[in-house]
Design a protein around this ligand. Structure first.
Ligand SMILES: C[S@@+](CC[C@H](N)C(=O)[O-])C[C@H]1O[C@@H](n2cnc3c(N)ncnc32)[C@H](O)[C@@H]1O
Length: 191
């Protein structure tokens, strides 16, 4: 297994977690865009997990890099927070915000660290809102064949205060009544 991040501290934590879990893995310090210069080889599976796409300005390049590292017949998997969640306010009776079609970059200041809500971030953040259709189109444009697209009423973290733990599986959070999708998943194959 090979993991990628451009933040050395995140990689150190990943190495520690892998060692504690007894998982054999290596970690490469690189941006996604520059990865073909930092890493050789082709892989059976490429996986992009929660909280990745919102930091990337160029979906076409990301999809090219995914396709570059897949061996022919290899599979790509994506699981991400659903971008429509950005339209929800902080209050339990959510007001929809103009969010889904704003594109990017979207600049945030004074936000709180998602790992420690008491810590106010000192730097501005820039995010891009990638519509599900744009994500899927980028993968298809990069030559991948779409096998499935799923939208799910659960998320892997509590993205709003009114999300509650799933009654049957406490790894998941959901909004009572499941009004909108909170995450989505894509499976695609390199021909
Ligand atoms: C929300 S975290 C991802 C968490 C991870 N998917 C998980 O499920 O545990 C986002 C990560 O993306 C990294 N990142 C942001 N932009 C990047 C880029 N252009 N290239 C590589 N890594 C990047 C950040 O350093 C951060 O560790």
């Amino acid at each position: 297994m090979t993991g990628v991040d451009f933040e050395p501290g995140a990689l150190e934590t990943a190495r520690t977690l892998a060692a504690e879990s007894g998982v054999e893995a290596r970690f490469v310090c690189s941006t996604v865009d520059a990865l073909p210069e930092a890493l050789d080889g082709q892989f059976d599976i490429v996986f992009t997990s929660y909280g990745v796409l919102m930091w990337l300005p160029d979906l076409a390049r990301w999809a090219e890099v995914v396709a570059h590292f897949l061996r022919p017949g290899g599979r790509f998997h994506l699981v991400e927070f659903h971008p429509v969640v950005g339209a929800l306010g902080e209050e339990p009776d959510p007001q929809l915000q103009p969010w889904y079609f704003i594109g990017g970059p979207h600049r945030w200041e004074g936000d709180r660290d998602y790992a420690d809500r008491s810590h106010v971030l000192e730097h501005p953040q820039y995010e891009w809102v990638h519509k599900v259709g744009d994500v899927v189109s980028a993968l298809v444009d990069a030559g991948l064949m779409l096998e499935s697209l799923g939208e799910h009423p659960v998320a892997a973290e509590q993205m709003r205060p009114y999300m509650v733990r799933d009654r049957d599986d406490e790894r998941w959070w959901r909004i009572p009544g499941d009004p909108i999708p909170l995450s989505y998943s894509v499976r695609a194959r390199k021909p």
